[in-house]
Design a protein around this ligand. Structure first.
Ligand code: ATP
Ligand code: MN
Length: 473
């Protein structure tokens, strides 16, 4: 049986077998075992009959064991049930002098170096159970709302988006690739007959599907070779991209807000124990930090607040005015300059959500020049129908827009952004054959997991993070 099943409804006085890993072994009598099914351990009570002296020397933190015994109400404090062992089998030994994960507190940096073993800690098992729950919540939400899940390709032949930050996919011998007369690499000879990349987004393909299936979403890995070594960027991350035919920017905002709230509520309802554990962990960590860096409210309270309050909606232009009129700006506390037209820096975004509004904010209608070519031009001709959702502690969690559905306008934008028409012919054709208003957005899955778990480094919410100079494991 799993420990989760036992703890949720213990079948007292019946014989039960469990398997798991030892967390602690106290007084030659009590073994705390965890099997990953939940945050709690099961207490095993052993004696000389169930665990002989020789074997008892082999029980350490990390040892895997199988225990058969009878469940009894526990007399000790800290648990309601315990397993009175009849037989303890040692399945896999764990040398305490070599096993790096001990019961003492390890730093997250240390555990990142031991990513193959960090699942064994309560913190990381809680994070990855919550990550699973959120993934499930996402499929649940879209399925219930009539969306079709589209598997967009991971290898792409289009470099329309973020050309500079894409990884090349090739089976050339890198030492000696075929070359053109001018010395450049001849990608026509390559596997795909062209220069192929790992995708940075499944959006363009999702749009094609939405213009037939109506409501679709993608949920897959995306890759960005951006060399930004921040606590919020990975080179490989998972993105959820819904796309809906006939939606405008307002519909898009409504969908994004409802969707985020659903995911948060789902975690609150189904991942309570893990959230409580992480909340306590955060509170302990916070005590070591200067007051201004501490959380303003406990994790669960923050999540409940987001689930139960409407997001603030303002335009980019209004945001710039707020920033320019802030005391923070007047006291010259922003590092980067502020004027209409700038790409907002993380310090600006965080000021808006954390200091000014103290809640999630949806920023709309950005200057066209700082946003992607496919966003719909507004009537003012200066801005596009973009929307970014910013949340406290993280900054941007969602980026989306109403798409340019007018063929001529889109073609013009391709020209302005130096995107060759030949490479985008298939995308452009959707605007020729039954085009319609449509909108969508991209949610960075790891940013959502960070938000829900309260973890502050994105490397701690994905099992094996890929970042510059780091692809161990
Ligand atoms: P940022 O400004 O934070 O770098 P972006 O504007 O490049 O993000 P988009 O292209 O709009 O991001 O991607 C949509 C979403 O994907 C973002 O809102 C964010 O949640 C997530 N995201 C983007 N880049 C990364 C990354 N390198 N690692 C993890 N998540 C990311
Ligand atoms: Mn963005």
């Amino acid at each position: 049986m799993t420990i989760k099943a036992i703890l949720s409804s213990p079948a007292y006085n019946t014989q039960t077998t469990i398997q798991g890993w030892v967390r602690t072994f106290r007084n030659e009598q009590f073994i705390a075992v965890n099997d990953g099914s939940c945050i709690s351990n099961l207490q095993i009570v052993v004696d000389a009959n169930s665990l002989n002296e020789l074997d008892s020397k082999r029980v350490h933190t990390g040892t895997s064991i199988r225990v058969t015994g009878v469940l009894k109400p526990s007399l000790g404090k800290g648990q309601v049930v315990e397993l009175i062992a009849e037989k303890v089998e040692i399945l896999g030994e764990c040398n305490p002098n070599e096993f790096p994960i001990q019961m003492k507190k390890h730093s997250l940096d240390f555990l990142r170096e031991k990513a193959h073993l960090r699942f064994r800690t309560s913190t990381f098992s809680a994070i990855f159970r919550l990550r699973h729950l959120l993934s499930f919540a996402i499929h649940d939400y879209f399925h219930k709302n009539g969306f079709v899940n589209i598997h967009s390709p991971i290898i792409t032949g289009s470099d329309a988006e973020g050309a500079g930050e894409m990884f090349t996919v090739s089976n050339f011998d890198l030492e000696n690739p075929p070359r053109n007369e001018d010395g450049s690499i001849n990608y026509q000879e390559d596997f795909f007959g062209k220069h192929a990349h790992l995708t940075v987004s499944g959006q363009l393909e999702a749009e094609l599907a939405a213009l037939a299936l109506g409501k679709v979403y993608t949920f897959g890995p995306t890759f960005r070779a951006e060399n930004s070594n921040t606590s919020r960027h990975l080179a490989e991350f998972w993105m959820i991209e819904p796309e809906v035919a006939f939606n405008d920017l307002n519909d898009n905002m409504d969908l994004a807000e409802d969707f985020l709230k659903h995911c948060i509520r789902f975690a609150l309802e189904n991942g309570r124990e893990d959230l409580e554990f992480l909340q306590e962990r955060e509170a302990t960590e916070d005590k070591q930090k200067p007051i201004e860096e501490r959380q303003t409210a406990p994790l669960i309270e923050r999540l409940e607040f987001v689930a139960n309050n409407t997001f603030e909606r303002i335009t980019y232009t209004e945001a710039i005015d707020i920033l320019l009129n802030s005391n923070h700006y007047k006291k010259k506390k922003f590092k980067y300059p502020i004027e209409w037209g700038i790409d907002l820096q993380s310090e600006h975004e965080r000021y808006l959500v954390e200091k000014h509004f103290k809640k999630p904010v949806i920023l709309t209608n950005y200057p066209a020049a700082i946003k992607a070519f496919y966003m719909r031009t507004n009537d003012d001709q200066k801005t596009v129908a973009a929307m970014d959702i910013l949340v406290p502690g993280i900054g941007e969690i969602i980026g989306g827009s109403q798409r340019e559905e007018r063929y001529d306008r889109l073609l013009e934008k391709c020209g302005q952004f130096n995107i060759p028409e030949e490479s985008m012919w298939w995308y452009l054709e959707t605007r020729k054959f039954g085009t319609c208003q449509h909108a969508g957005f991209g949610l960075g899955f790891e940013r959502l997991v960070m938000y829900v778990t309260g973890m502050t480094n994105i490397r701690d919410v994905i099992p094996f993070p890929r970042t510059p100079k780091n692809a161990e494991f």
